[in-house]
Design a protein around this ligand. Structure first.
Ligand code: ADP
Ligand code: MG
Length: 418
């Protein structure tokens, strides 16, 4: 007898909730799509294309809108015989220099037998190769640089849009579409790059709860069977999404986690309670990921603040965290960091949203100081701090918060703190 059996009572097509799914239509982005379409119009007119710069936080539909419009553009140019249209799409995640981008572009444009290695050429000769490949294409070429904020030097962002003006291209008309998740990236561009790359700027604002409901409803219709979602599920996922960051990706992830939990429950319908559990589950994942990425001193600082919080000593200033932190560091066999470096760790924890920080005024003397507090549940933090609990020992204040399910059996073996 087999051990696997199909269980698709809930999902019609779960893949529609995955990251790589491209919806047929985008909902609630009419204004942005109109601006974007207008900016792309010169391509259809066989004119020199605009350079376009899209920006907005992650998950607000920048990549989806680009794929959507460019796939239509690619289709629609076919009716005009005088346009030879080519598209190069590059995601810059993992690429940090103009050099790397240029080599990747050369390789995208060359066939497999003719690839260049990603190191060893002078930059100027990689650019030469790039101009050669681009000019050989002829016609109109759009180069999309998605997540371009990963690139740390802006040489390519200057060179590509100006390739024709600088005489590097003669037959090809080139347009660049830069997409950035990071607002400061745009502000930090040098004026000469900004003026050529950001000819047409389109801002994608965060989604509100209404937008997210529309997006989730569209996706749910594909992903779930009719009538399996309780009426409250989508509004609740949308409300959480709007509260967090207005990020459609996060909301869709939550809907998928919710569906998975309902399925694991062998439930025939998906309820609000599944959303709550899904949210806790994802939150836990985010916290663990954040904590795992810290150094040991980061863990020690967090553990120190957590114990003070459980003793009702928070909000607390960094100088009052210091004795506890130093004690823990010594117990873990490490030299405590100087106060300044310890404060850097507090800032990092705050940036990750693991702790909160409030700026206060010093009173008559002027000046300000910062107070730190915990706002995550101690159980969540503790389960991710396993290692440091091992090194330091279990502090009295956290004992009652150690989760006693099978998952954390090891914690019972930890040394007591005395
Ligand atoms: P960004 O590139 O801005 O980080 P994406 O375009 O990747 O965001 O969008 C994140 C997810 O949300 C994708 O799965 C995308 O299909 C979906 N999405 C975003 N905006 C919309 C929309 N307006 N309509 C439908 N789906 C959307
Ligand atoms: Mg994107």
């Amino acid at each position: 007898m087999g051990i696997f059996e199909r269980d698709t009572d809930i999902y019609r097509d779960r893949d529609a909730l995955r990251e790589d799914y491209q919806p047929e239509e985008l909902v609630g982005r009419d204004e942005e799509l109109r601006a974007y379409q207008t900016a792309l119009q010169p391509v259809i007119n066989a004119e020199q294309p605009n350079n376009i710069f899209l920006y907005g936080k992650t998950g607000v539909g920048k990549t989806a809108a680009t794929r959507y419009l460019l796939s239509h553009l690619k289709e629609d140019v076919k009716q005009y015989e005088d346009i030879d249209f080519n598209l190069v799409f590059l995601n810059c995640d993992g690429l940090i220099s103009s050099y790397q981008i240029a080599t990747r572009l050369v390789n995208e444009l060359r066939d497999d037998s003719n690839q260049i290695s990603t190191t060893g050429y002078p930059r100027s000769s990689v650019y030469e190769m790039l101009w050669e490949e681009l000019d050989e294409l002829g016609g109109t070429v759009l180069v999309v640089l998605d997540e371009v904020d990963h690139v740390q030097d802006d040489s390519i962002l200057y060179q590509l849009p100006r390739a024709r003006a600088n005489g590097n291209l003669s037959s090809t008309k080139i347009g660049i579409i830069g997409i950035s998740n990071d607002f400061s990236f745009r502000d930090d561009l040098s004026p000469k790059v900004k003026s050529s790359l950001c000819e047409q700027e389109i801002h994608f604002p965060a989604y509100d709860a209404d937008d997210l409901q529309k997006i989730l409803t569209q996706r749910a219709t594909v992903a779930f069977y009719d009538d399996v979602l309780d009426d409250a599920v989508i509004p609740l996922c949308a409300a959480y999404g709007a509260k967090d960051a207005g990020d459609a990706r996060q909301s869709i992830d939550l809907l998928m986690k919710t569906g998975d939990i309902a399925r694991d429950d062998n439930s025939e319908i998906v309820t609000e309670e599944h959303v709550e559990r899904g949210r806790r589950n994802l939150e836990r994942g985010r916290i663990e990921e954040g904590i795992n990425g810290l150094t040991q001193h980061g863990h020690l600082v967090l553990y120190a603040l957590l114990t003070l919080d459980l003793e009702q000593e928070t909000p607390v200033r960094s100088r009052d965290i210091r004795p506890r932190y130093s004690l823990f560091a010594e117990r873990a066999g490490r030299d405590p960091l100087v106060p300044r470096r310890m404060r850097d760790h507090l800032s990092e924890l705050a940036m990750l949203g693991l702790i909160s920080v409030t700026e206060r005024n010093e009173g008559r003397r002027g000046g300000t100081y910062r107070e730190y507090d915990m706002d995550m549940s101690p159980e969540l933090i503790l389960s991710a701090l396993d290692d440091v609990l091992n090194d330091v020992g279990v502090h009295e204040s956290v004992k009652q918060h150690l989760i006693s399910d099978t998952e954390s059996e090891e914690t019972t073996a930890l040394t007591d703190f005395s």
